[in-house]
Design a protein around this ligand. Structure first.
Ligand code: FE2
Length: 280
């Protein structure tokens, strides 16, 4: 599936951009299903918002239980000062997470198949295990920033093996909050670990290496249908969306079944949840 040049680029740069990986029809199916999930969501059921900039303060039962369920989270800026939604429900949701790939047939179909399995294998994933899915809306005007981080912070394993699959469901531009990466930054250390003990979550600092600045950060504007794969240690972020256009994306996180998945990671699977599967 991948050429030797593409494999070499992933190794040296820590990311790979695959254009036209998903068709317009596949994207439309996923968007429509996400729309149905939001339609069915009762906004009075939670005030849970999501931001990676202040994870710990916002951890609650609704979030913890979403590890193996399908739940909607609000944009942090979705509410007015009097606590009401400042726009329609459909334009207020930050993301849906975190187990649609195992619980919803439409998401399952989008998240698996021979093409994805081949890419994962070519990137070095052995017996991949899909832990998480997220449908990210990056809403017009209020889409929140996702600060610099490494995904291995949330999916630690020994050795580190987590790989991210990021699908653009709309054109992502610098204006509507595309991904930014630090090319080659995956060769740096893991800076933080997001750890769960019981219902307590903490962010543990491991390394003081600073996050990249604008001099080494590279924007990745991509067209709808593009798949961006990146290494779990690659620093990345996305800016707020202050434009009038949304930037929908869908992400999957997979580790090698041959690496030891940390028992302190917030997402775990047990007999009560759906079975852990790969891309097949
Ligand atoms: Fe990330």
């Amino acid at each position: 599936m991948l050429s030797s040049t593409q494999k070499a680029q992933f190794e040296t740069q820590g990311f790979l951009v695959l254009k036209r990986f998903k068709s317009a029809g596949q994207i439309e199916d996923l968007r429509q299903r996400a729309n149905e999930l939001v339609e069915a969501f009762d906004p009075e059921s939670t005030r849970s918002v999501f931001t990676t900039n202040d994870q710990v303060r916002l951890i609650d039962r609704y979030f913890l239980d979403s590890a193996n369920q399908i739940r909607c989270f609000f944009e942090e800026a979705a509410f007015t000062v009097d606590g009401r939604l400042g726009q329609s429900k459909h334009l207020s949701i930050n993301k849906i997470g975190h187990a649609m790939h195992d619980l919803d047939p439409v998401f399952d179909r989008f998240s698996r198949g021979p093409e994805l399995a081949a890419v994962a294998a070519d990137l070095g994933l052995i017996a991949p295990q899909l832990w998480q899915s997220m449908y990210i809306f990056k809403q017009p005007g209020i889409g929140g920033e996702v600060g610099w981080h490494q995904d291995a912070t949330f999916f630690h394993s020994d050795p580190i093996s987590v790989t991210t699959f990021w699908f653009a469901l709309e054109d992502a531009t610098e204006e509507n909050g595309c991904l930014w990466v630090q090319p080659g930054g995956h060769r740096g250390p893991l800076r933080e670990r997001f750890e769960r003990v019981g219902d307590q979550i903490s962010m543990r600092k491991l390394d003081a290496t600073p996050w990249p600045d604008q001099s080494t950060a590279l924007p990745l504007p991509v067209a709808a249908g593009t798949l961006v794969c990146f290494h779990g240690l690659l620093p990345h972020y996305s800016a707020p969306n202050r434009s009038d256009r949304s930037r929908h994306a869908y992400t999957l996180h997979a580790t090698c079944g041959s690496s030891r998945y940390a028992s302190s990671n917030w997402i775990q699977r047990d007999a009560k949840g759906p079975p852990l599967r790969g891309f097949d």
